[in-house]
Ligand binder design. Sequence first.
Ligand SMILES: Nc1ncnc2c1ncn2[C@@H]1O[C@H](COP(=O)(O)OP(=O)(O)OP(=O)(O)O)[C@@H](O)[C@H]1O
Length: 240
Amino acid sequence: MLSININSKKYQENKIIDNFKLKINKSEFISIIGPSGCGKTSLLNIVSNIDDDYLGSILFDNENISKSNIGVMFQDSRIIPWLSVFENIMLVSISKNEEEIKNALIEVGLKDYINSYAKELSGGMQRRVALVRAFINKPEVLLLDEPFISLDHPTAQSLRNDFMRFYEKYKPTVILVTHDLKEAITLSKRIVFLDSKPMKVILDFENKKDFSSNLDSLEIEQIKENILSKYPKILSGDIS
Ligand SMILES: Nc1ncnc2c1ncn2[C@@H]1O[C@H](COP(=O)(O)OP(=O)(O)OP(=O)(O)O)[C@@H](O)[C@H]1O
């Protein structure tokens, strides 16, 4: 279990998180939706150990999260442009297993680009490299900050499919931050809606849909409409 318990997070005198608690089961995939500025990125920074300037504790399997293997994926791919695709993955790989890296790149359709410079790839391909990088060390916890944003619809859709294949294979505990309610409904069985000042959970929604459906299906649209009509308070200008 991932146990998030943040008593306080401040930037200077501005307290953005106050007594926030969230428990996520092992291998559970949750989405987090909340208004801009409520503290989602700050939360991911704390869980991923990027930020240790807070009061509270983050435990995974009852141990401090700093002992866990954590993967991340952000809005931008954050790959190194002057290294090859292969070198970008090798750089972060713990096992340094060349065969494994090549197979993972082939699995996301980058067979012909393994030795290309990362800067030569399209935005969608760069995001695939970031996807392989996020999973290459078989993380126990995977944190995603809008990883499918700013891509055209088919590219985003195919990246989501690749992502779900890797998720099913390695089953990490996942937190996905997104503003896209349909994306959250399509990918995750639990959606946590937040509000701001300070950050708090306003709805912890269990998504009981059949997980084979795709984002453009009528079923997903209907679940979205149901959620929005049943819980109008979660409506914010940031949800699409
Ligand atoms: N380094 C910082 N210094 C000061 N204030 C910060 C810093 N980082 C974030 N904040 C403030 O903390 C609050 C939460 O920011 P955060 O980026 O975590 O929100 P968010 O929910 O991820 O927003 P968005 O959806 O727009 O990405 C905001 O009011 C922001 O201005």
